[in-house]
Design a protein around this ligand. Structure first.
Ligand code: SAM
Length: 483
């Protein structure tokens, strides 16, 4: 319950907080994006890098109508869940938000967030919510990292405080929190393995020595845009995807020679060309410079060939657990027809195929569907159909007439959740069971409320695919209401 929990303040009681104010706060609970919330004379203040129960000193850096945001200055009374962050860029880099929190506490906090979303947004106060399935590796777990180049380097607080002189004309790294135009020069990211670090640092040195110029998003000039590294956990595959503004065969030949000599574990080099102003690692052209141009990975018994731009869960071990949870909750039997909506490259669809009569997958991105079909063939799976198109346009009665009614529906939409009309269309499919997988509990809870007229939520099983960050996958089983 909101209360006046501030223990001491520099500003007079009840006055509206202003930018620059320094206040002492008692943090109440974890909230959106891993920030904790405090109430300062009834005013809501969000402070990153704090934990519930801590007494902190913080500086107000943003003032909005309904809340303020503050920067942590000092922890006056730490929580027992506080630990020293492992990464030197913690606080400056937007990648990890929870490194100051013990893993046990991270799981407790994520559980709290699921309970709160399911109660407050989905209106499901009695839903059985299981404890999140923890990750066995809390660092080095990512099979994909995307780094960006910039012709200027954003310095971290630690770098500024060191008073060292830095050359700020080149950066290859990650963004500060929420600031996509700035790049920190990252020399070690603990979320991916040592080989990834070696390639990032190697390519930085190589590019600088050869005077390859980073892309400038203001002037739209320059060559180097992004560096995407994908590593297989179960196979020896290691993909380097360099995203550039144009295709330059000579430069790519030099890079090939360099990688083969210095990083022989790189099994394939691809060059994605993005000549548009859009700051994205996707492009209009993908050239395979050497190797197969794909990354092969396994989920359970199945093999997946992942194309450079294709979606694939970024934590392979936990993706296996996620797929097992979906399979257990869906309880698919051999006579049942499954719809896998938002199927991506077919990870879930193909993992259910062996248990079902057939599986029909729908996905917007045509390349992902081609990938899914190839993966079905790769695994000798013959009872899947993959169709590309926009869910809103495709999921209509004539689709059901053509492909048959589903007994079970799997939903795994993007972060924004389902379009309200799609949620209604899903309801009308009349499936016996729905398993809703989501990486955004807020949008999932909103969609569950829409589905609640026709479906009862039975159980939720969160799976932690993203240790050190506030992200989480949540799986909810819904059963058709008996009328
Ligand atoms: C969270 S991913 C699901 C991935 C997949 N279940 C898997 O495990 O690989 C969400 C997917 O929804 C797709 N998508 C986004 N908007 C869509 C739409 N309007 N219609 C169909 N698919 C869409 C995205 O391309 C993406 O592949």
């Amino acid at each position: 319950m909101p209360s006046d929990l501030a223990i001491k303040t520099d500003s007079p009681p009840k006055s509206r907080l202003r930018r620059g104010d320094i206040v002492e706060l008692v943090m109440e609970k974890i909230a959106d994006r891993g920030k904790c919330i405090a109430y300062h004379h009834g005013q809501v203040v969000f402070v990153p890098h704090t934990l519930a129960g801590e007494h902190v000193q913080a500086k107000i850096v943003k003032r909005r109508k309904k809340y303020a945001e503050a920067q942590l200055l000092a922890v006056l009374k730490p929580s027992p869940g506080r630990i020293p962050p492992r990464c030197e860029y913690f606080g400056s880099c937007g990648g990890c938000t929870l490194q100051h929190t013990s893993y046990t506490q991270q799981l407790d906090d994520k559980y709290q967030l699921v309970c709160e979303a399911m109660t407050r947004i989905a209106d499901l106060p009695d839903l059985e919510i299981r404890k999140p399935l923890p990750a066995s590796a809390t660092y080095g777990y990512r099979n994909k990292m995307e780094f960006s180049f910039a012709p200027y380097r954003w310095l971290s607080r630690k770098e500024i405080d060191s008073e060292e002189i830095f050359d700020t004309s080149f950066a290859l790294g990650l963004h500060p929190p929420g600031v996509f135009s700035k790049i920190l020069d990252i020399h070690q990211c603990h979320l991916q393995g040592k080989r990834s670090t070696a390639v990032v640092n190697g390519i930085r040195t190589f590019a600088r020595e050869h005077q390859w110029i980073p892309w400038n998003w203001r002037t739209h000039e320059g060559f180097l845009r992004h560096l995407v590294i994908r590593q297989s956990v179960h196979m020896p595959d290691f993909m380097v995807n360099l995203v550039t503004s144009e295709y330059d065969t000579e430069r790519m030949a030099h890079l090939e020679t360099y990688l083969k000599a210095k990083h022989p574990y790189v099994t394939t080099l691809v060059n994605t060309i993005n000549s548009t102003p859009a700051q994205t690692a996707f492009g209009e052209q993908v050239e395979t410079i050497y190797g197969s141009g794909i990354l092969r990975e396994c989920i359970g018994e199945l093999m997946f060939d992942v194309a450079p731009g294709a979606f694939f869960q970024t934590n392979t071990h936990q993706a296996e657990r996620l797929v097992n949870v979906v399979r257990d909750l869906a309880g698919v039997t051999e006579n049942e027809h499954v719809y896998d909506l938002y199927c991506g490259t077919g990870t879930i669809a193909l993992s259910l195929a062996g248990y079902a009569a057939r599986v029909t997958g729908i996905e917007l991105i045509e390349n992902a569907i081609l990938n899914a079909r190839r993966n079905a063939a790769l695994n000798g799976i013959k009872n899947t159909t993959f169709i590309s198109g926009d869910m809103l346009r495709l999921l209509k009665p004539d689709f059901v007439t053509e492909h048959g009614n589903p007994d079970v529906v799997i939903l795994d939409p993007p972060r924004a959740g389902m379009h309200p009309k799609v949620a209604m269309q899903v309801s009308r499919l009349n499936a016996r069971r729905i398993v809703y997988v989501s990486c955004n509990i807020q949008s999932q809870a909103r969609d569950l409320l829409t589905l609640s007229d026709s479906y009862d939520a039975v159980v939720a099983q969160p799976v932690d695919l993203f240790p050190q960050t506030h992200h989480l996958e949540n799986v909810v089983l819904l059963e058709k209401k008996v009328s």
